[in-house]
Design a protein around this ligand. Structure first.
Ligand code: IMP
Length: 425
């Protein structure tokens, strides 16, 4: 089973990093395909706690090559910091020469755009991700491989920075960025990153040809997808399965399967519709218990009950063959746990997820409840340790979403994982 995609199925922060680290034991390659350092993946294992934004979550296994694909946008300072902090070397990490760079002016523009939106701000992470993808699409982007040709890059940068400064100063009223300074930074990036820059798509293709396991690591989540998410409250890339193909240059027949990572409840960071959002005391209880604060920005995450309508939609647009449920232990000790099974929109019941955010904002969740459980699910690793209440909850999720639960995460540590069905057999 060569390639297996592990994709965020909600609004990001589902715990993909922990799961990828667990699965990477059997992987030759872990490859990221989209997003940038707007992501925050936490990995906890015998080696310690790792908070990763850009490098893939397979870095803790010495036999695993970690690949940053062409679909990712790369902030070189963040990449260099993560390389140094994690003692990575070029035979453990490669970055595609075709991946686009997040330049200093992208970060400035991201923040100025958010300010300009005022009350209508999207709540971006402010890391320059959106503006970098805008430049990619408008063919003004700079690719990682271009760092290696100083002369050509200087010519391009002179034109691009001139234009960006007009935008920054005349439209947004901000302070211009300094061309010489940026050019100097690109020299430092080039000298530090050169050994890591490769046509990584060839590495992925070779591993697939050799029938080695490749884990394709999602960032963000399906409901933040530029095309399939709650537009305009989305990120600027395609975290859904389609993004894996363009973001790594691979074909669909490389895949052995696609799993969706779902939290046992929902969270969302930033603005946008969130039908099952829990306000007040109950939401605070989950947030505090589970430490639901962003790894990248530290922002408090919004909390909601499991949204079965959104989950079914996510399973459809990604073709999930299994669910990975994380943070089940956060629900230990509740009297009653709610699952949204349908919405009421303008007086009409529906189990279809509306593509229109304005309509989704009017959706009232219709819940079914399961009785909670008092026994702890924390750290359990064997099926016979799941109590009846938790089992009933997992069964209910399977019924609502229509796909089996294959793995359950019962704590942040790699070891706190319960495998119900082998993903990559
Ligand atoms: P951007 O990706 O920084 O442009 O932010 C766009 C939206 O996606 C905002 O609502 C962010 O909070 C959200 N977002 C981006 N990355 C993540 C993530 O890794 N987890 C959760 N939300 C994210």
């Amino acid at each position: 089973m060569p390639a297996y995609a592990v994709i965020g199925a909600q609004w990001g922060d589902e715990g993909k990093g922990k799961i990828i680290d667990f699965l990477a034991e059997n992987a030759a390659i872990v490859a990221r395909y989209s997003g940038g350092n707007n992501a925050g993946h936490t990995v906890v294992n015998e080696g310690g706690t790792f908070k990763l934004h850009l490098v893939p979550s397979g870095i803790c296994w010495p036999h695993t090559m970690n690949v940053i694909g062409n679909g990712v946008v790369v902030d070189p300072d963040v990449l260099i910091k993560e390389i140094n902090e994690n003692n990575l070397v070029p035979n453990r990490l490669s970055v595609s020469d075709r991946a686009h760079l997040i330049m200093p002016y992208h970060v400035v523009i991201d923040q100025l755009e958010e300010q300009r939106r005022g009350d209508a701000a999207l709540g971006t992470t402010g890391r320059g991700v959106g503006p970098a993808y805008v430049d990619k699409v408008s063919r003004q982007g700079i690719r990682v491989g271009e760092l290696l040709d100083a002369e050509d890059l200087n010519l391009r940068l002179t034109k691009i920075v001139g234009f960006k400064n007009e935008l920054i100063t005349k439209i947004y009223g901000g302070d211009p960025v300094d061309l010489d300074n940026i050019f100097e930074q690109t020299r430092k990036w080039a000298s530090e990153l050169a050994p890591y820059i490769k046509p990584v798509e060839n590495l992925v293709a070779a591993a697939i040809d050799k029938k080695e396991n490749v884990i394709v690591e999602g960032a963000q989540g399906a409901l933040l997808d530029l095309d399939h998410g709650t537009y305009p409250f989305v990120t600027s890339s395609n975290p859904t399965v389609g993004g894996t193909l363009t973001g790594l240059g691979m074909g669909p027949n490389s895949y052995g399967g696609v799993a969706g990572v779902f939290k046992a409840y929902c969270t969302r960071v930033g603005a946008g519709p969130f039908p099952t959002e829990i306000h007040g005391e109950q939401g605070n209880r989950i947030r505090e218990m589970a430490g639901e604060f962003g790894v990248t920005t530290g922002r408090a995450r919004r909390i909601g009950w499991f949204d079965g309508v959104a989950a079914k939609y996510s399973a459809r647009v990604n073709g999930f063959d299994g669910m990975i449920i994380t943070r089940l232990d956060t629900l230990d000790g509740w009297d009653e746990i709610k699952i949204c099974v349908a919405y009421e929109i303008d007086g009409v019941r529906t189990d279809q997820f509306p593509v229109d955010s304005v309509m989704l904002d009017r959706a009232k969740p219709i819940y079914e409840s399961v009785t909670g459980w008092t026994e702890s699910t924390r750290s359990i690793t064997r099926p016979n340790q799941i109590n009846q209440g938790a089992k009933a909850y997992l069964n209910k999720l399977e019924k609502v979403v229509g796909i089996p639960v294959k793995i359950v995460s019962t704590g942040p540590h790699r070891k706190e994982t319960l495998v119900l069905e082998d993903l990559m057999s």
